[in-house]
Structure formats: C-alpha cells, structure tokens
Design a protein around this ligand. Structure first.
Ligand code: S3P
Length: 439
C-alpha cells in the first residue's frame, strides 16, 4: 500500500525521468539481432525491460550492464538467435511479449512465452494472426491467451498486412519477423502509431520506407538486411514525464523542469491536450538525440479547463489517459475522452480502472460506449479513496498524483508494479515536494 497526501506547498526543482520504455525494449532486441556490439545509454532499468534483457540472453545474445550504467549487447545477426532452453517469462510487459513473438516467428526455434496474471489476460491473437501468415505456428490458450508456444520458421514469408487496430506493438512484431523474410514486408496502419521501430531499424542499417496513402501509413521493410551494431541514447520517457508534469499543473505554487524528455510527435498527444486545457507547457533545449527529438519540459501550476479529445488522437497518447483523467478531475468543466476501446486491453481494463479510480475519490466519471466523461471539480478533488491498481503501474501512479491535489489522502493497494516502467517514482516525486509514503 502507498498513500499520497496533499502536497504542503508547490512542487519545485528539476526532475529527470527514466529512459523510454518503448525505445529501451527495441534497443535490446535490435542489438541482439545485429552483428557486433551495441552500446545503450539511458536504458530504462524497469522490470519490463529487464525481462526483455533476460529473453535476449536466453536467445544467445550477450547482454551486460557496465558500471557506468551503459548496457552492451553483443548480437547474433539476423537468423542467428538460438532456441531458448526454458520458458520465457515476460512478466507484465505486453510490448516485450508481442515484439518477441515477431522475432521468434522468423527463426527456426521452438519457444514458449508466459507472463504474469495481467499479461496472461491480454490478447495475443493480434500478433498470432499476421505472424502465422509468415509461416510460424502457434498454440495458445483459449482466446489466444498466453502461455503461448511458438514454432518459428527459418523460411519466413514476407507479408503485406493491414493492421486492424492502431497498435505499434503489432506493427513492430511484423517488422521484426520481416527482418528474416526474403523480400519486402509491408505493414499498413490506419492511423500512425509510434515509429520507434522504424527509426531504430534505419539506425541499425535496415532499409525502411514510409509513405502516407489515403488508407493510412504504409511501411515497407526490405528483408534480410545486414543489421550492424549501433549506439543508442535512450531519451526520457514522455509517458513517465506525464506524472510529475500533471502533478505540477495541479498543485498550486508549483514550478518544475523535467529534463531530456523524448518528444517524438507520435508520443506527444498528452502535451498538446494539456495545452488546450490551459497548461502552457514550455519546451526548452530542443535537440535531436539518438535519432529522436528531445527537450526539457518547463511547467508551472495552471488552472485547467475541460476538453473534448477526439478519438484520432488516441495513438499519440494511448498510455496517458489515466493521468489525463486525473487532470480533468481537477479542471473546471466537463472533459470527454473519445474512442478508448484499446484501453480495455492494457495492463488492466484501464477504461474501467480509470473510472473506478475517480469514483473512489469522489469525482464524477462515466463510461459511455468507448468514451470517458469526467466532471471536473474546479479545484482539489475530494479524495479519501483506496484505489485497486489491478497490476497496472499507470493506474497506481495516476492515483498517487490525484492524492497530491485532493482534500483527503489517496491510497493505492499495491505500489509494486510501478517498478515495471518507473523505478524510483516515489523518491523522484518526493524530491520535488510530493508526500508519498508506504502505508
Ligand atoms: C507500445 C505500444 C502501445 C503502448 C505500449 C507500448 C510500444 O501498445 O500502449 O505501452 O512500445 O510499441 P499498443 O501497440 O497495444 O497500442
């Protein structure tokens, strides 16, 4: 249990959030598929990413952390992964599981993947269907659930596939499988999703073409490139920066700077939405680092107003709805978040969990179809609730931020899962003035 009390005074100081989770998984995976030694600095050392590191070792790559915090990955080359001699446990991480399924699909190995109770409830059919078209064979539990057995193929077919849901994980799984297919793999996505895989594949020497068409975005990958080891600098995770950022907006008297945050335009929907609500976020020190745009976020307390967020913005802020809902709870007026069906298949049913988080703390929230409607309190929320986090790190952190701007403390039943994406969260928040304590 952890409890969050209203901050005594405004938050202040400089914060540096851990490395980007999406980029960290991909850096380890492409490092394992490249020839030579890749060096990764700023890797997120959260449990999800450590699962990926362990899986890469089980597939024959050498993965080591140096004393200075730089990670080195000696890869095996495309097609060179070895058969793991035990079940691969991907813990809580959907990204790790789905991207790994793609890598395994085009290697002639047998592997079994499992995960924790949350991951074993999450749909895997969305990757099984396209990867089976490549020639891999799968056996899963009823409903396409893990544990999942994979029989990969050394003669994968390049496929052309239109992804039915906006999902960077599905897109990335197909591209990773396509690396060891002879010919051109084509993925069409109806709405653009985060493009870290495309960027990093290029960085490692693959040829990836991206074009916009009337039907969305088309990504073409030339199979069997020679992936060469590369150095990666992982930016701060904008999805993690979201928590101190919203906390500073909600707590009167706050003014903070969050340094080195990734600003890939396919990740920054939350910042745009908060600005529409009146946040006035300043971005300073804009630069390109490791092929991704990066900058410092400077933010102060600001009164926020409710907004109507269109469904097409969802892919650029898919992980940020719970914390946005917390901002909306303190804002003036009604907020409507539209088109959130995908939230139902995250680490928890995040649509239901977000509504329950708010309701437990006296905030009026209602689910209407795939939308979430929140009545803002125009000031501190009542608070006083105990939130069931449902093995979901982002629900846990969102509830704790609500407690910082609520009249009564907010308690969460389990803070353990925060370490999947944001190790050191409580210490970082307390260093800028929060009052989070183990209860
Ligand atoms: C991710 C994609 C998103 C996101 C997840 C990370 C990725 O999932 O929610 O946290 O790294 O590709 P979907 O692909 O299921 O939308």
């Amino acid at each position: 249990m952890m409890v969050s009390r209203r901050a005594a005074r405004g938050l202040a100081g400089v914060a540096r959030v851990p490395g980007d989770k999406s980029i960290s998984h991909r850096a380890l995976m492409l490092g394992a598929l490249a020839l030579g030694e890749s060096r990764i600095s700023g890797l997120l050392e959260g449990e999800d990413v450590l699962r990926t590191a362990a899986a890469m070792r089980a597939l024959g790559a050498l993965v080591a952390r140096e004393e200075d915090g730089v990670w080195r990955v000696a890869g095996r080359g495309i097609g060179g992964l070895v058969e793991p001699d035990d079940v691969l446990d991907m813990g809580n991480s959907g990204t790790a599981a789905r991207l790994l399924a793609g890598m395994l699909a085009s290697h002639p190995v047998f592997a079994v993947m499992t995960g924790d109770a949350s991951l074993r409830r999450r749909p895997m059919r969305r990757v099984i269907t396209p990867l089976a078209l490549c020639g891999a064979r799968f056996a899963a539990r009823e409903g396409g659930l893990m544990p999942l057995a994979i029989e990969g193929t050394g003669e994968a077919l390049p496929i052309t596939y239109r992804v039915p849901v906006a999902s960077a994980q599905v897109k990335s799984a197909i591209l990773l499988a396509g690396l060891n297919a002879r010919g051109m793999t084509v993925v069409e996505e109806p709405e653009a999703t985060r493009d870290h895989s495309e960027n990093m594949l290029r960085h490692f020497g693959a040829s990836v073409a991206v074009a916009e068409s009337g039907r969305g975005r088309v990504i073409e990958l030339q199979g069997q490139p020679e992936l060469r080891a590369a150095d990666i600098v992982v930016p701060g995770d904008p999805s993690s920066a979201a928590f101190p950022l919203v906390a500073a907006l909600l707590v009167p008297g706050s003014s903070i700077r969050i340094t080195g945050v990734g600003l890939n335009p396919l990740r920054t929907g939350l910042f745009a939405t908060l600005d529409e609500m009146g946040a006035g976020i300043r971005i300073e020190n804009r630069r390109i680092s490791g092929g991704e745009p990066v900058g410092d976020l400077v933010v102060a307390h600001a009164p926020l107003t409710g907004v109507d967020v269109p469904p097409e913005r969802a892919p650029s802020m898919i992980d940020e709805y719970p914390i946005l809902a917390v901002a909306a709870a303190v804002a003036r007026g009604t907020t409507r978040l539209r088109g959130l069906a995908e939230l139902r298949v995250k680490e928890s049913d995040r649509l239901a969990a977000t509504a329950a988080l708010l309701a437990a703390n006296g905030v009026k929230a209602e689910i209407a179809g795939d939308d979430l409607i929140i009545e803002g309190a125009a000031g501190p929320a009542p608070g006083g609730g105990v939130v069931a986090t449902g093995m979901d790190h982002r629900i846990a952190m969102s509830a704790l931020v609500l407690g910082m701007a609520a009249r009564e403390p907010v308690t969460i039943d389990d803070a353990g899962f925060i370490d999947t994406s944001f190790p050191g969260f409580a210490a970082l928040m307390n260093a800028i003035g929060a009052a989070l304590a183990v209860a």
